[in-house]
Design a protein around this ligand. Structure first.
Ligand code: MLC
Ligand code: AMP
Length: 512
């Protein structure tokens, strides 16, 4: 028996004294040290009574130990459930309850708030702080540094990643070992990664991009990473000379281009810049090439599918496109019933392949609505394929805002706004933003004769939703535009407010 995910990404590096993580303080963590930490954590989880298939929820800052927790889950056959550090207690309560996590790992500062919640749903809390301290690591220190890897099948679950939905309720996307491994192997080949690669890693590790794309690729080849806690232009510029490659969301690239220190000299040794998670403007692509001589390689993925398409490593990286379907991934442009449309037409993107998830945790209806019986996943993205086979994403068939690479489902915010005193109804839309690509605008209509307190409403939003979901501005309207069916016409609102956050413009809450 075996454990494909652990064996192929982690186990193959057992005993290696080569560098895995290069930290900001100048120290290096070798593969051997990293795997010892993971093994100790796997012992802790097992001794706490966790069994294969149990969920481990983690809301922790990015650290080597946080990554070792992922490895430990793989080794002990546990399902890893990373959570955005910005989530509020309200949001976390839902994830803990819905996943039935047996172990919740959080920063020491959240322990008192999360312990009763975890216990209410049959779990327990251990802490892991940004500096690697905390009760989890205290327990780990007393454990042996090797662990007998638990047998798993490639079709067993490896991770849950929660993705919000158009109904406002988040869904746990169930990813199998094979989903993760197949994608990592494909990307290694497509993007020519080798053990010589040093990846500049500044993405968060609670999403597909930073955890599965970036980290799994480096693990698969035995390369190393410059492990930055977050995106900080000073650190990126300082460490780039030691790197070969970088992955980021478009905001990384627009911010770097805004920095005069980011020059062709600084990047001339770099092998690859990858962008994804949100549309990269053709203009950013062109500016980047002009400044550095490098063409950013844009790819397209999702939480439910990992990576679906990529521009070519060799050959033309076409700006404004997400390239070709990856080997093994089938991609069609369809009508609403899943029938392929003629070449060149715009339709819904559907994908099938070993990368496509197993469904949403305990939500069979939602799974059936998005994952067809024939295995095609309905992405909710609208696209077309040009005459050379490049996929263009032209819009979304789902009500989704992507801000700085984070997904925000308007419904979730509308539910909070609608619940506030004096608010009759609301509409939340995404509007262009120079830094985040898109940002959140909240539009509310008052109940007759009422004048809602916009500051109090923002206070309520702050209490229940993560910061990145907060409307950057609230506007009170007399009514929302509706079509003859009574449906709010968000496209009209988006057109009306599209210049709201243009560079330099100042925005304030208020009445329209
Ligand atoms: C931070 N803030 C955001 C935000 N990130 N607000 C909206 N959108 C975001 N993405 C908040 C902060 O809390 C802060 O609030 C204020 O906005 C300004 O913060 P900042 O200092 O400018 O932000 P910063 O910390 O620098 O973060 C910006 C960022 C970060 C772009 C570097 O958001 C980031 O790393 N994004 C990557 C997301 C990602 O990995 N996505 C992959 C998803 S996987 P205040 O109140 O303090 O001012 C996926 C599949 C695929 O989509 O295809 O890959
Ligand atoms: P998530 O649910 O966070 O995984 O986000 C997935 C969504 O991000 C996709 O459905 C797309 O809408 C969007 N996305 C990812 N990569 C790209 C890209 N390169 N260009 C445009 N949109 C993208």
């Amino acid at each position: 028996m075996a454990n494909p995910l652990y064996d192929d990404l982690f186990g193959i590096h057992a005993g290696k004294d080569t560098a895995f993580l290069n930290l900001t303080d100048g120290t290096t963590i070798t593969y051997r040290n990293f795997l010892s930490t993971a093994a100790r954590i796997a012992h802790v989880a097992t001794q706490l009574g966790l069994r294969p298939g149990d969920r481990v929820a983690a809301q922790v800052e990015k650290s080597p130990e946080a990554l070792a927790l992922y490895a430990a889950c793989a080794q002990a056959g546990l399902v890893f459930l990373p959570l955005n550090t910005a989530y509020t207690v309200d949001e976390l309560t839902y994830f803990i309850e819905n996943s039935g996590a047996s172990l919740v790992v959080c920063d020491g500062r959240s322990k008192d708030q999360l312990t009763p919640i975890a216990e209410r749903f049959g779990g327990r809390v251990e802490t892991l702080n940004a500096d690697g301290s905390g009760s989890l690591m205290d327990l780990a220190a007393a454990m042996p540094d090797s662990f007998a890897t638990v047998d798993r099948d490639g079709e067993d679950l490896a991770a849950f990643l929660y993705t919000s939905g158009t109904t406002g309720r988040s869904k746990g996307a169930m990813l199998t070992q094979n989903n993760l491994l197949s994608n990592a192997r494909t990307l290694v080949k497509e993007w020519r990664f080798t053990s010589e690669d040093v990846l500049l890693h500044a993405l968060p590790i609670f999403h597909t991009h930073g955890l599965f794309v970036a980290t799994n690729i480096i693990l698969a080849v035995g390369g190393s990473m410059i492990w930055l806690p977050k995106f900080d232009p000073d650190q990126i510029i300082d460490r780039m000379p030691d790197a070969t490659s970088m992955m980021g969301v478009p905001t990384f690239y627009t911010r770097l281009l805004a920095d005069a220190r980011f020059t062709s000299e600084l990047t001339k040794h770099m092998r690859l810049f990858v962008s994804g998670s949100a549309p990269l403007l053709a203009d950013t692509h062109a500016q980047f090439q002009e400044r550095t001589g490098h063409r950013i390689l844009e790819r397209y993925g999702m939480t439910e599918t990992n990576m679906n398409t990529s521009n070519p490593y060799d050959g033309e990286r076409r700006a404004g496109t997400v390239g070709f379907p990856l080997p093994g991934v089938e991609l069609k442009i369809c009508d609403a019933d899943g029938n392929p449309l003629p070449q060149g037409e715009i339709g819904e993107i559907e994908v099938r392949g070993p990368n496509v998830f197993k469904g949403y945790w305990q939500m069979p209806e939602k799974t059936a609505a998005e994952l067809r019986e024939n295995g095609f996943f309905i992405t909710g993205d609208l696209g077309r394929i040009d005459e050379d086979g490049y996929v263009h994403i032209v819009g979304r068939n789902k009500d989704l805002i992507i801000s700085g690479g984070y997904n925000i489902y308007p419904k979730e915010i509308e539910l909070v706004l609608d619940g506030q005193t004096g608010v009759l109804e609301s509409a939340v839309i995404g509007v262009p933003h120079p830094d985040f690509g898109e940002t959140v605008l909240g539009l509310i209509v008052a109940e007759p004769g009422q004048s809602p307190d916009l500051d109090a409403i923002m206070g309520a939003v702050r209490d229940s939703l993560a910061r990145f979901k907060h409307p950057r501005m609230l506007i009170q309207l007399d009514e929302l535009p509706r079509n003859t069916m009574g449906k709010v016409q968000k496209n009209i609102l988006r057109d009306q407010y599209r210049d709201m956050f243009k560079a330099g413009s100042k925005a304030h809450n208020g009445r329209a």
